[in-house]
Design a protein around this ligand. Structure first.
Ligand SMILES: CCCCCCCCCCCCC[C@@H](O)CC(=O)SCCNC(=O)CCNC(=O)[C@H](O)C(C)(C)COP(=O)(O)OP(=O)(O)OC[C@H]1O[C@@H](n2cnc3c(N)ncnc32)[C@H](O)[C@@H]1OP(=O)(O)O
Length: 244
């Protein structure tokens, strides 16, 4: 964990360099792109905040997580699907963002939306909470950076919360897919059986098993990417990144 004192000791110099970096970035992006990204990030922060408040209110009123997904699903689908805009638009790694966004879209549409019996699983709450806290922090980080007024605690939160939230989110996602397996096997949903006129077959059950297995090589890459970013941003380490 970063010590805030250690980071704070360097506060003045680091703030000045943050400001220079923000100005350079705005010049690089151009006025229209900066305006659009600022609007986009404010909208996304607000969207995920609405989701957080809706989840907290639901739990306080009902005292259970059952029915929670159903009550927030429209907002979740809208804002998570909107994140597709980020791949390619923002100056970030297409591979890293692509894996992150596609796994989320997959969880929202092809798992939780499509398989109603798993919507009340506790694991759904696990990834919903992890995603929501992450996205509020991440989008407010981008917004304040673009506006050139980044409070230190948001920067700190962006590069520390993931240490816990990433494993929690991934555990929630994997447990939810796991819970979906018996239903998928029983119904044969999204599967194509032979014989058919195109002579192709597809088994969603095995696809889910492969997807779960793909977390093993892919998740550590995202996690270590964030750890490197953390060292770079919070501790000023110079890190040479390999090209995608
Ligand atoms: C079809 C089935 C597919 C199934 C695939 C299955 C495999 C899945 C394995 C992986 C699973 C991940 C699951 C995931 O859903 C779990 C969770 O999210 S749990 C919750 C915790 N999560 C986190 O904490 C996420 C943390 N990770 C990140 O933030 C990411 O690394 C990522 C979002 C991908 C961003 O990575 P990157 O380092 O590239 O981003 P930066 O923030 O450093 O941005 C780079 C530059 O781009 C600028 N940028 C980016 N976005 C914006 C924006 N919206 N507005 C303005 N600017 C933006 C940013 O400022 C940087 O610019 P610069 O370098 O100039 O400073």
């Amino acid at each position: 964990m970063a010590s805030s004192e250690e980071d704070g000791a360097n506060g003045g110099a680091s703030e000045a360099s943050d400001e220079r970096e923000a100005t350079r970035k705005r010049r690089r992006l151009g006025f229209l792109a900066t305006a659009w990204l600022t609007f986009y990030n404010i909208a996304m922060t607000a969207g995920w905040l609405v989701l957080a408040i809706a989840m907290a209110r639901f739990y306080m009123e009902k005292g259970t997580h059952r029915g929670l997904y159903k009550s927030i699903q429209k907002t979740l689908k809208f804002f998570q699907t909107f994140a597709l805009l980020e791949v390619r638009i923002v100056p970030t790694s297409v591979l890293v963002t692509g894996v992150q966004v596609s796994s989320r879209i997959f969880m929202v549409w092809l798992i939780t939306h499509s398989i109603k019996p798993i919507q009340n699983e506790e694991s759904v709450v696990l990834f919903l909470v992890a995603w929501t806290v992450t996205e509020i922090t991440r989008y407010s980080f981008y917004t304040f950076s673009l506006l050139d007024h980044l409070p230190y605690f948001i920067k700190w939160a962006r590069y520390n919360f993931f240490i816990i939230l990433y494993p929690v989110g991934v555990a929630g996602e994997l447990l939810t897919i796991y819970a979906a397996l018996p239903y998928v096997k029983k119904t044969g949903m999204f599967s194509i059986r032979l014989p058919n006129k195109y002579n192709v077959s597809f088994d969603y059950y095995y696809f889910l098993l492969i997807t779960m297995a793909s977390y093993i090589p892919l998740f550590p890459q995202l996690y270590f990417h964030m750890l490197r970013q953390r060292r770079k941003v919070l501790h000023g380490e110079v890190i040479v990144e390999k090209d995608d």
